[in-house]
Write a protein that binds this ligand. Structure first.
Ligand code: T5A
Length: 210
């Protein structure tokens, strides 16, 4: 059985990952890209496992004295990823299934590295530990500015990370741009109608994975 593929959707809060993950989950099995018999696992970080759900709750909703300090936050995201990798992603790839993940290690570089200002070399080391060297076959970056992200999410309740505000989000956006260039991610403009974004993603997947 041929190893499956790991495809990641990443980008700022509200860039449309959840919307596009559903659209791609409906399209991929009939796209002709996946080998016959391969399944598709749709997942996310943080919270792609039962253990990770508990970490997600702590990461996004712990308040006041219960909120993690930046280094603890970084370690929790790494712990979530290590569990996700070992119990969900790697077994699926070994079975020959394809995995579509909403966020992966690039988010840690953007949010904890560029957003929080934590040491990028340390983040790379933790990434290596959490993923055991596994890298996505394709990362699709849904590019949206900090201003567009805020505008799109207006009226919605912020989680702990989203509540960090505009300056933080600008640094994260710069981080995504830097990581996307360094890692040669595929860039898709997120500031267009959802159907146009889906089409651009389908084209990118077809060009890269055939
Ligand atoms: N985090 C995560 C870290 O700090 N470090 C890490 O290592 C990791 C893995 C995770 C939080 O944790 C942080 C980043 C995050 O702050 P999450 O649930 O992944 O939380 O958070 P979000 O990315 O904020 O999830 P959202 O659901 O808010 O955003 P999505 O999934 O990107 O966007 P979606 O599809 O839900 O759409 C948001 C809104 O925009 C509309 C939708 O209808 C919806 O109302 N929309 C569009 N509007 C106009 N045009 C389009 N093309 C649209 N597409 C969607």
């Amino acid at each position: 059985m041929k190893r499956g593929r790991l495809i990641v959707l990443d980008g700022l809060d509200g860039c449309g990952k959840t919307t596009q993950r559903s659209a791609l989950a409906a399209w991929l099995p009939t796209s002709g890209l996946m080998p016959e018999g391969a399944g598709l696992i749709c997942t996310r970080e943080p919270g792609g496992t039962e253990f990770g759900q508990a970490l997600r709750e702590l990461l996004l909703h712990a308040q006041g004295d219960q909120a993690p300090v930046p280094t603890a936050e970084l370690l929790l995201y790494a712990a979530d990823r290590a569990q996700h990798l070992a119990t969900t992603i790697r077994p699926a790839l070994e079975r020959g299934d394809w995995v579509l993940s909403d966020r992966f290690s690039g988010s840690t570089l953007a949010y904890q590295g560029y957003g929080r200002g934590l040491d990028l070399a340390l983040i790379h080391q933790l990434e290596e530990i959490a993923t055991a060297g596994l890298v996505p076959d394709l990362t699709l970056w849904l590019r949206l500015s900090a201003e567009q992200s805020i505008e799109r999410r207006r009226g919605e309740r912020d989680d702990r990370i989203e509540a960090e505000g505009r300056a933080f989000l600008r640094r994260v956006a710069e981080g995504f741009a830097a990581v996307a260039t360094e890692r040669r991610w595929c860039v898709v403009e997120a500031n267009q109608p959802p159907e146009a974004v889906t089409l651009a993603l389908q084209q990118a997947l077809t060009m890269t994975l055939t």
